[in-house]
Design a protein around this ligand. Sequence first.
Ligand code: CTP
Length: 209
Amino acid sequence: MRILITAGPTREYVDDVRFLSNASSGRMGYSIAEAAIAAGHEVILVTGPVDLPVPAGVRVTQIETTDELRSSCLELFPACDGVIATAAVCDYQPRERVDGKITKTGSPIVLELVETSDVLAELGGQKEHRWVVGFALESQDPRTNAMRKLRMKHCDCIVLNDTAAISSLENHVEILSPEATTLAGFHGLKTSIAQQLIQFIEQKIVARH
Ligand code: CTP
């Protein structure tokens, strides 16, 4: 299969030198990319800035902003069999990016933020025969929120994890189906979860297609 994987954080610039972002390490997405290559798949990785080597054999597109993530994914997805979206996408961006560098005035300033595009929802909306695996990072009411995202983004399943996953070598995930049942649960090193997730997708998600 040819698999599109999104990974790492996005950045939203306030001016030319400052941005909003998050602490995503990219480790889950990179581990999945590595596991997919090892299982004989072709991988296209669209990644925000992270401090990890790109696994050998992976075709990579580096992005910074959510708009860049969106345009790369919309271009690449049609030629793929499915997508695994691990990217920690900024939900908001400054309404305007200021040219140059904002100078201090001695008074408080207010940043007006607007929502970014939901990349996975857009891919899900045009998936046709392709499969879509989302991730849901939840800190409260995890199952309800993950199921809302699964439906809104047209996912074939969603990998639920919590905020302890950010920047950690380990993770604890539960995979939910569109019928809200638990299909699998994995915990341990992200490298090991990645291998189990690729096997799960091959056996349970692709088989359904
Ligand atoms: N995602 C995306 N584009 C966005 C936001 C999220 O593609 N603008 C993807 C993520 O890569 C992940 C899934 O959607 O696969 C859910 O991301 P998550 O951050 O858990 O949820 P959000 O949809 O951003 O909702 P909220 O932050 O309100 O929980």
